[in-house]
Unconditional design. Structure first.
Lengths: 240, 321
């Protein structure tokens, strides 16, 4: 089966899925927090567009509803909440430099290849036209995981977590033409509740360590000054 | 193929190569004109680059005392190599004999040859600016070339051939297909073209500001016809990248037969595509600011990433397990 033989709508789904994967890369390497939130919103909108196109192409009507739900929740509501949170935390202009941006990107490329290798025996079973998307959605999940590992900023880690959920949803839509509505609603509300909880957590973390840089959680001393990172300085302080 | 047809094909290939040299200043003039209109200026005439070239060609050519023979040879080598590279890219017609001689890898190689001599000429006189420009040019091209090759391989994998002509005829035969890999390769090639032609986010073609220039820094010691050839080569290179992007990704309209009608239509189509692309380039230059030189590697890494994703999405999404 080659791409040229597929109907145009199905080609469009593949194109959108590829763009979702690209946005995962953008999320991973984006240094500005606000821009990262915007790319997350675009990723949500693209996942909603995939759902809508699958609904139109496969004539599965309940997918219209999940497309609207995804658009409202992942492209509008959650990015808006994150936006408000970063404003209230005073992080609008926050930029975070990855230690090795190119290395992180290359690791993500390796993850894409890995997920393709993992999925190859699965798609040989011959699912619908959307089967090739499974590798992409698995890659999106793994890149979200990688983002939670390499980013130090709590808000960016939450973005990674949310984009993992995007990947799972993409897999569900493409492999099985969507989950039952009850499950979908349940997941949607779970994500929403998680988002509210994360918001509370952000304030808690900031109150206890004065920053959202999660690396600072590794330090055992309670001093706020960066000298605390130096073990010699800490022993001095402890002895006093 | 009968002998008469072969002769006609060679003639058309030759005419096409001449057309590249003739049209290149016009594209630059068009880009400048659109940019001027966007800045609420009237701008110079579309044909100003021709006048500039003519002026430089009649002016006396001065050569620095410290220059070696390489300095005199370099403009000719650069111009001819760029011109040869351009001649391999189908402009108005497919099925030309030149396309069977040279594929995309030869094209990249010819451009690399031109760049090599340009950088050598920049260093030859021994001025500080020349050396600085040469070093920057090599920094950028060493990052741009892998991205370009990777993007080209993405196209080649779809067509199962590295010849530009078969890539284009494959694309034409398939009709309108939405390929994720083409989208990524297009993005990668656009970024590479911006970097290689010294356009705005990487280099500013309109300035001689010492600390930021790249291409101009290597040409500082040139004058007269040498300078004219160097600038003309840069213009041909811009046209080459424009035609490469326009004709490979949107090949519709290119002439497939050697009839005057088909060729005329092909010429009109490519002119329309180039006008659009030039206007897009001018708009992009209008809204973007030049970035610091040390950001250029990140810019080209993005191009490499796009090309890699194009390759991967071809394998994952388009082949089908």
């Amino acid at each position: 089966m080659t791409l040229a033989l597929l109907p145009l709508l199905q080609q469009f789904v593949l194109l959108l899925a590829a763009l979702v994967m690209f946005l995962s890369f953008v999320l991973l390497a984006q240094a500005r927090l606000i821009s990262a939130i915007h790319s997350f919103a675009w990723q949500g909108a693209l996942v909603a567009a995939v759902t809508l196109t699958v609904a139109v192409a496969g004539e599965t009507h309940h997918l219209y509803f999940s497309a609207i739900l995804t658009l409202a929740l992942k492209a509008l509501l959650i990015p808006w909440m994150l936006h408000r949170l970063t404003r209230r935390l005073g992080l609008e202009r926050h930029t975070e430099d990855l230690h090795w941006p190119t290395l992180a990107i290359m690791a993500a490329v390796v993850l894409v290849i890995f997920s393709y290798w993992l999925v190859t025996p699965m798609v040989a079973q011959g699912l619908a036209f959307t089967r090739n998307i499974i590798a992409v959605s698995l890659a999106v999940v793994l890149i979200g995981l990688l983002m939670m590992v390499v980013r130090q900023q709590a808000v960016a880690q939450v973005l990674g977590f949310m984009s993992m959920e995007n990947g799972l949803f993409l897999a569900a839509v493409s492999a099985t033409a969507g989950m039952p509505l009850v499950v979908e609603l349940g997941v949607a509300f779970d994500v929403l509740v998680a988002m509210v909880l994360f918001g509370v957590f952000f304030f808690q973390i900031r109150e206890s360590i004065d920053s959202l840089d999660v690396d600072r959680l590794n330090r055992l001393t309670e001093t706020a000054d960066p000298v605390g990172a130096n073990p010699f300085a800490t022993t001095d302080e402890v002895s006093q | 193929m009968p002998d008469g047809l072969v002769l006609a094909a060679w003639l058309i290939a030759f005419a096409q190569a001449l057309l590249y040299v003739a049209l290149a200043p016009l594209l630059v003039g068009w880009v400048r004109k659109v940019k001027a209109r966007l800045q609420n200026r009237r701008g110079a005439s579309l044909f100003q680059p021709y006048a500039d070239l003519r002026k430089l060609l009649i002016k006396e050519t001065r050569v620095p005392h410290t220059a070696s023979p390489l300095f005199r040879m370099a403009p000719y080598i650069v111009f001819v190599a760029t011109w040869l590279a351009a001649a391999t890219v189908p402009l108005v017609a497919l099925d030309l004999p030149v396309a069977r001689i040279a594929d995309i890898i030869v094209l990249v190689g010819l451009l690399a040859l031109a760049r090599f001599f340009l950088a050598l000429a920049g260093m030859d006189v021994g001025t500080a600016f020349g050396g600085m420009g040469a070093s920057r040019e090599m920094l950028i091209s060493s990052l741009a070339e892998p991205a370009m090759l990777m993007a080209v391989f993405t196209l080649a994998m779809t067509a199962h051939s590295t010849s530009l002509e078969s890539v284009m005829s494959h694309h034409l035969a398939d009709g309108f297909v939405l390929r994720p890999s083409y989208l990524f390769a297009l993005g990668a090639l656009l970024l590479v073209a911006l970097a290689e032609c010294g356009r705005i986010p990487v280099d500013n073609p309109a300035t001689h500001l010492e600390l930021t220039m790249i291409h101009e820094a290597m040409l500082l010691e040139y004058s007269g016809r040498h300078l004219a050839l160097m600038e003309w080569a840069a213009q041909v290179k811009l046209l080459l990248y424009g035609v490469l992007i326009a004709n490979v990704f949107f090949p519709w309209g290119v002439g497939r037969e050697f009839t005057p009608l088909a060729l005329g239509l092909g010429l009109l189509a490519v002119l329309a595509k180039l006008a659009l692309l030039g206007a897009a380039l001018a708009t992009a230059e209008h809204v973007m600011a030049k970035m610091r030189l040390f950001r250029a590697p990140a810019f080209l890494n993005l191009a490499l990433l796009l090309a890699l994703l194009g390759l991967l999405s071809h394998v994952i999404l388009e082949i089908g397990a």
